[in-house]
Write a protein that binds this ligand. Structure first.
Ligand code: BGC
Length: 333
């Protein structure tokens, strides 16, 4: 028989044990909440948005990777928002949404200075910093441009064609978008470079809508319209692989000299296989990385260089494998 005192004592001890466990659990949760909020406060000093031309585009994913790595170093909360497929109105709408969201900084292409200026002005009035990436909109109220000198990149493409070919050349140009300033500059630079070389004739230009299938249709069109074609120049990242899809089916791709843009894996594979002859190299990872760093400096009130050109060069099969860039996070494409 247990006395009532013993039962009472046991019940009291049990109550104490349960209370202690309960308090410990609550205390741990309270502590957890506090440490998470502390972490958020420490982790994110700025909120930036990167608005690409097209979300799932492999080229823009490299820009995003660079931006994300820099964001991690500088305590930036980074969003990657934009059109699923290249579309100027959607692009402008996304920037407008970012402005309405009162972010601290926006990185975006400046495809058309006139159309982007009112939005950039609106952003600046709210204290939002604007950096154009990959494509500059000069005179649009952006503070900084980080990216390729697009005229120069077209010019060195033209010089590569001159250096790599002999005799009469008949060129078809496949360009991402006829209405985008960076694509226009890549064509203009190329035209200027080859203009002094009488043996080089540009026969036509078609738009790819920055897709591989669009580039392939554009190349077919050029092949149908101009029997004499001997060379192709593709001015956006998927144009080279689209062109060789068409040339391989039309005739042997080796008969054409193909000049492409950007070192995406399929393009480099085609360069390795000799289906593409030369590639203009841009540095999308660096663009993303440097654009975030530039926005951070603008946020701190530091003075920034307006034009921050990333490197551009031409590579051929003999230059493979390509060198990578060293960054705090390791080797980057
Ligand atoms: C251009 C980007 C474009 C991409 C399309 C690149 O060469 O620099 O502006 O969005 O091609 O795939």
């Amino acid at each position: 028989m247990k006395s009532p005192q013993v039962i009472g004592m046991k019940a009291f001890i049990m109550f104490c044990v349960v209370s202690i466990i309960f308090l410990c659990l609550i205390g741990r949760d309270l502590f957890k909440i506090e440490s998470v909020s502390e972490r958020i406060a420490i982790t994110y000093q700025y909120h930036f948005v990167l608005v690409p031309e097209e979300l799932d585009n492999e080229y823009w994913q490299l820009v995003q990777k660079g931006a994300a790595d820099a964001a991690a170093v500088h305590q930036v909360y980074l969003e990657y928002l934009g059109p699923k497929q290249a579309d100027l109105d959607d692009h402008l709408k996304t920037i407008d949404m970012a402005i309405a969201g009162h972010v601290d900084g926006i990185m975006t292409q400046g495809l058309d200075a006139k159309k982007y200026k009112p939005l950039f002005q609106k952003a600046r009035k709210k204290g939002i910093d604007i950096v154009t990436v990959d494509t500059d909109a000069e005179g649009s109220k952006r503070q900084v441009y980080v990216g390729t000198d697009n005229y120069y990149s077209g010019f060195i493409a033209g010089q590569a064609l001159i250096a790599d070919t002999k005799g009469e050349q008949y060129v078809g140009i496949v360009t991402g978008r006829l209405d985008a300033i960076h694509q226009q500059l890549r064509v203009k630079g190329f035209q200027d470079a080859v203009s002094s070389e009488k043996r080089i004739h540009i026969l036509g230009i078609e738009e790819s809508a920055i897709t591989k299938s669009g580039a392939s249709s554009a190349a077919y069109q050029l092949l149908n319209d101009h029997e004499k074609l001997t060379a192709f120049y593709g001015t956006s990242a998927l144009d080279g692989v689209g062109i060789i899809q068409a040339t391989t089916q039309y005739r042997s791709s080796d008969e054409f000299y193909v000049l492409a843009f950007d070192t995406l894996p399929d393009t480099i594979k085609a360069l390795e296989e000799g289906k593409i002859n030369a590639v203009v190299v841009q540095h999308p990872y660096e663009m993303g990385y440097q654009a975030v760093e530039s926005l951070v400096r603008l946020q701190k009130g530091e003075k920034e260089e307006t034009l921050q050109h990333t490197e551009t060069s031409v590579v051929r099969q003999k230059d493979l494998p390509l060198n990578q860039t060293e960054r705090p996070q390791g080797l980057q494409p």
